[in-house]
Design a binder for this molecule. Structure first.
Ligand SMILES: C[S@@+](CC[C@H](N)C(=O)[O-])C[C@H]1O[C@@H](n2cnc3c(N)ncnc32)[C@H](O)[C@@H]1O
Length: 264
């Protein structure tokens, strides 16, 4: 799970001024995304496999396994420093594009797809509880083989270019502007060919998150508006809310996981 507020932070009320944001209500282009520290992000969010991520990964795994898709052109948008969406696409992928706009995240992703850190092994073990995934005997090698990292903005994705996709904790977390969140969701769904299965996750009620010393913006999305935005460009929608495991993590209300098929 992404976006756990750093200690003392949360809800955008940090007293630490951030050099990453120059505006009180920043748009995506106002943010210095190259200052995103992937190591700090991973340490804070993914060093230990948490119950909420496990649940999201299981649901994502089961969804893609049920599609019986294979040999697909897959994409993960706004990959940042999280490999588990990419792992969830591995069994069905002929190619797997990991896209992000931050140069620091792109560098991190390039290193990780060549041979990912052991930290991600427990995430793959969750995947491998399903036979469609355990059939991939060398996930590290497979990701190196099919993975490709692209420095691309979610707002510049080509239309109808991929057969399956994921976008985790991006729409809510790339600006403080709700219209940009909706634009990001639409852009992602239109980047998929008609009928393509997808998984989108967002934080609900998020107001910002720390990565190391830097504060990054978020928009406090509500469930109904996220579902309505996705439904505009998709069908067979299934929506599930995952609650944070402990109230100590106070930067958001819950996580929403949506699966479906894109209209293209
Ligand atoms: C909260 S992080 C989510 C990372 C990861 N998907 C996860 O699940 O933890 C938001 C990500 O969006 C990326 N990002 C910001 N603006 C973007 C844009 N215009 N296009 C694509 N990615 C962007 C950031 O670099 C960052 O990696």
């Amino acid at each position: 799970m992404a976006l756990i507020p750093a200690a003392g932070g949360g809800c955008g009320e940090s007293s630490t001024p951030s050099p990453s944001i120059r505006s009180p209500s920043p748009a995506n282009s106002d943010v210095e995304w190259d200052s995103f520290d992937p190591q700090a992000y991973v340490r804070h969010n993914y060093a230990v496999l948490r119950a909420d991520d496990r649940e999201i990964l299981r649901r994502t795994r089961d969804f893609f396994a049920e599609t019986t898709l294979s040999d697909a052109c897959c994409v993960d948008v706004g990959s940042g420093a999280n490999l588990y969406p990419a792992l969830s696409l591995l069994p069905i992928a002929r190619t797997l594009d990991l896209c992000d706009w931050s140069a620091s995240n792109v560098r991190w992703l390039s290193t990780q797809i060549a041979s990912y850190d052991e930290l991600w092994d427990p995430y793959w073990q969750v995947c491998a509880e399903h036979p469609a995934y355990s059939a991939v005997t060398d996930p590290r090698g497979r990701l190196a083989q099919v993975g490709r990292v692209l420095r691309t903005s979610v707002f510049d994705l080509p239309r109808r270019a991929w057969d399956a996709g994921t976008m985790f904790f991006v729409a809510c977390s790339i600006s403080a502007d709700q219209a940009e969140a909706e634009h990001a969701i639409g852009s992602f769904l239109h980047a998929l060919r008609p009928g393509s299965p997808f998984v989108v996750t967002v934080m609900l009620g998020s107001r910002g998150y720390h990565v190391g010393e830097h504060l990054f913006p978020a928009v406090a999305l509500q469930r109904a508006e996220v579902v309505a935005t996705i439904a505009t460009s998709a069908y067979d929608l299934d929506v599930h809310e995952v609650q944070p495991p402990t109230p100590l993590r106070d930067g958001y209300l819950s996580m929403l996981l949506a699966t479906g098929r894109s209209h293209g």
